[in-house]
Write a protein that binds this ligand. Structure first.
Ligand SMILES: [Zn+2]
Ligand SMILES: [Zn+2]
Length: 420
């Protein structure tokens, strides 16, 4: 009863939205035993994706919204069908299926081109069609692309953090002297992110290049010899003040509670939490939570890095991220390197990009990425960031981009000058 009711509802919706073509398609799952691939394709002359599964098998259930999405997005280009092999006992035998779910790819003439057993994500299915020579064009959508800044960043260069792009507070300014240039950072925290982005750093040599601002006098002093007051702000985030003089740090501690620590202790605290993808230092409160195979917990320094954990470990993960504009929770489950579930389903990603010296679009780095529960939130976030460039992508695409990386590329990910 329930099933036939559901089929009726599906058919009613199909009639309303896609008119006659879809009506023919909707008949097939109900009469799946009789619908041979050749019959079905000869009527519609469309490539066909057939998924054989069961409504109570977990990976099959994860396939359902993907198939539904493909059906809508490629209406008129692709036939998408599902057969429940537990309800249609003959179907498994008819199609030679031993594992569920199994997806069979047919060309427009009804010839089987390929089959895949197990969960198969949207991006993988689309990539497979492409490999089989079937070009599917996504319905035109109003995805946001910003190739040029709305307004140039007019801040003086020495007041912008080299790493996070934030304003540099003169009281916490941190400077790294290179051979020809110096890099200005907004504070010691960005220094440690910078340090964790270096490829095989010589620690002593690197630290010797770093200067911090003495909170009391405003003068630059060697980072390694300073004393630090490590406190916590109202939001629970660490604050770091540097002092040339330990007594000055102890005096400041009277009005601003925190620990007075040496550079060595500060380093240990700052490098304690690392991104599970790119290994950068990150504060837990700024990070995305990542659960690996339902048990181990790690984090991503940005939303895209969080997805990258699946690529680095080649394991299934669950990401809990926050909307960069509203702070609302977004949950992504990645199974076999594909998005298996997304909460809310409207969630999207922003891929912050910039042009490199060769004019090629490259990632603008971890600080320019984000997830949003809706396109509306992305628009609001972008409005407040007129200098930002990049494009809106799906979270499935963000994951697919990471899954494409080789182990060598992953080892270099987010290292200075190697953003991917
Ligand atoms: Zn910074
Ligand atoms: Zn990272």
């Amino acid at each position: 009863m329930k099933t036939s009711l559901r089929i009726l509802i599906v058919m009613a919706l199909a009639v309303a939205v896609f008119a006659a073509v879809t009506l023919k398609k909707s008949k097939s799952p109900a009469n799946s035993d009789k619908a041979s691939p050749i019959q079905s394709a000869s009527v519609e002359k469309l490539p066909r994706l057939l998924d054989l599964g069961a409504d109570k098998c977990v990976p099959c259930k994860l396939m359902a919204p993907i198939l539904e999405g493909l059906k809508k997005e490629f209406a008129g280009q692709l036939t998408v069908e599902f057969i429940d092999v537990w309800r249609n006992a003959g179907a498994a035998k008819q199609y030679g299926v031993e594992v569920i779910p199994t997806q069979i790819f047919y060309d427009a003439a009804g010839k089987e081109l390929f089959r895949h057993a197990g969960f198969f994500g949207k991006e993988d299915i689309l990539a497979q069609w492409k490999e089989l020579g079937v070009q599917l064009a996504s319905q035109p959508s109003a995805r946001i692309v910003r190739e040029r800044p709305l307004a140039p960043d007019s801040r003086p260069r020495d007041s912008v953090c080299f790493l996070c792009d934030g304003d540099v507070n003169p009281k916490t300014k941190t400077v790294v002297k290179g051979q020809n240039e110096q890099r200005i950072l907004c504070g010691p925290h960005c220094y440690f992110i910078y340090y964790s982005s270096l490829v095989n750093p010589d620690r002593k040599a690197e630290e010797a290049k770093a200067s911090v601002t003495d909170w009391a006098s405003g003068n630059l002093i060697a980072a390694t010899t300073a004393t630090y007051l490590y406190g916590i702000d109202a939001t629970g985030r660490a604050t770091i003040q540097a002092f040339a003089d330990q007594d000055a740090a102890l005096r400041a501690q009277q009005s601003n509670p925190g620990n007075v620590v040496t550079f060595d202790v500060l380093r240990a605290k700052e490098l304690a939490t690392r991104c599970g993808f790119c290994d950068r230092a990150v504060y837990p409160e700024d990070a995305c939570n990542v659960t690996v195979e339902g048990a181990t917990r790690t984090c991503g320094c940005c939303t895209h890095c969080a997805l990258g954990v699946a690529a680095r470990l080649r394991k299934d993960i669950e990401v809990e991220a926050r909307d960069a504009f509203s702070g609302e929770i977004i949950r992504v489950k990645a199974l076999n390197g594909s998005v298996a579930s997304l909460e809310p389903p409207t969630a999207i990603a922003w891929f912050g990009q910039k042009k490199d010296d060769d004019g090629k679009w490259v990632s603008a780095g971890c600080f320019k990425q984000g997830f949003f529960v809706s396109e509306a939130n992305l628009r609001k976030w972008l409005k407040a960031r007129p200098a930002m460039t990049g494009r809106q992508i799906t979270i499935a695409q963000a994951l697919a981009d990471k899954m494409k990386l080789s182990p060598e590329q992953i080892a270099k990910a987010c290292k200075l000058g190697e953003c991917r």
